[in-house]
Structures are given as C-alpha cells and as structure tokens.
Design a protein around this ligand. Structure first.
Ligand SMILES: Cc1cc2nc3c(=O)[nH]c(=O)nc-3n(C[C@H](O)[C@H](O)[C@H](O)COP(=O)(O)O)c2cc1C
Length: 172
C-alpha cells in the first residue's frame, strides 16, 4: 500500500485505451468496500463511460473539470444526505478508495471536486451534473473521479521533500 501511495499523482491526460471490464468490476468492489460512518452506506456511484456524457461532465466547472475530456471512465460519487450527517466524509473515503484502487491497477486518476463549486453564475456544478445524469433530487454530489491509462509522466515526490513539520508528537 505504501508503494501505491508513493506512486499516486493526479493524472489529467489519458490515452484512448478503454478501462477493461474486469478492472471496472474491481473499482466497483473497492467503492462498495469503503468504510462508512455507522455503516450507513448512503453513497451511490455512477460509472460513466458514454463519451458524450463524459464530454458534458468535463464542462461541469469553468476550471478544474476539463481533464475529464480524455478520460475513458468517470465515476460520480454521491450520497443521500438525509441518511447520514457524515455523507461528505463517507463520499470522500469512497473517492480515495477509488483513486488508490485505480492506482493499484495501473490506472491514472484525478479527483474533480463538484460539491461547493459553480458551473456558472446561475447554476452550481452539482445542479449541472445532476441534470446531465438524471440524478434524483435527494442525492448530493461530492466528486467525480477521472480514471484511465495515463498519457503523462508525473514524478514521485521524494520522501525528504514532504512537509514533515506538519507532523506533531504528543502535543501540537
Ligand atoms: C478534495 C479534492 C478536490 C480536488 N479537486 C480537483 C479538481 O477539481 N480538479 C483538479 O484538476 N484536481 C483536483 N484535485 C487534485 C489536487 O489538485 C491534487 O491532488 C493536488 O494538487 C496534489 O497533487 P497530486 O495529486 O499529484 O499529489 C482535488 C483533490 C482533492 C483531494
């Protein structure tokens, strides 16, 4: 696991190679195995492979969602916030499970934030995504995880360059 964590960098350019169905199944299993507060399991996941829909998702925000354009797979992570007050945490855990599982399968990936972001002056990114994918009113969308074979080289950050001063011992 530490090697997967070391190797993971956000990937924003993907090759045209599709993600194999066996790998998609493993990503789905990982999402469903993510721990949730009080086992509420209030999350839902949409695995989007339809090219036109992915192009539409790439326009969810003026900045920071365009990377979806070349992704062969986009996983939309959402939850019913009436089922748990910890929906943001639960969806965040599921998002990182998806990212690390993708990394372990040799797939590049990147988190695209939807919660709290604007599509334009009139519409939130969440409303835009919900309308494009027919997501019911009761769902809150947290993120979209872009996944595919990487078309870019990203350097592993050496351990000595990490912000070790963020680590405290016993007291702040
Ligand atoms: C909560 C969260 C939201 C993010 N939102 C976006 C996003 O909308 N668009 C994007 O290109 N990257 C997004 N990222 C990726 C970060 O920019 C990236 O993880 C950070 O710059 C560190 O780089 P690294 O992932 O290569 O280590 C997000 C990451 C997190 C954890």
């Amino acid at each position: 696991m530490i090697d997967i964590i070391r190797q993971r960098r956000s990937i924003r350019k993907f090759t045209e190679q599709a993600v194999e169905s066996e790998k998609i199944k493993l990503l789905q299993e990982a999402a469903l195995r993510s721990p949730a507060s009080k086992s509420a399991n209030a999350w839902e996941f949409i695995f989007v492979q339809d090219k036109a829909l992915i192009q539409a998702l790439a326009m969810a925000k003026p900045f920071g969602s365009k990377l979806l354009e070349s992704a062969p797979l986009a996983v939309v992570v959402m939850a019913d916030d009436t089922k748990t007050e910890a929906w943001i945490e639960d969806c965040s855990v599921a998002s990182i499970f998806l990212q690390l599982t993708a990394q372990s399968l040799g797939l590049g990936n990147c988190w695209v934030q939807i919660r709290g972001r604007e599509h334009d002056e009139e519409e939130s990114a969440e409303e835009y995504v919900k309308e494009k994918l027919g997501i019911p009113e009761n769902q809150k969308v947290l993120s979209i995880i872009a996944i595919g074979y990487s078309a870019q080289e990203r350097k592993i950050i050496p351990a000595e360059d990490l912000q070790w001063d963020k680590i405290h011992q016993d007291r702040f």
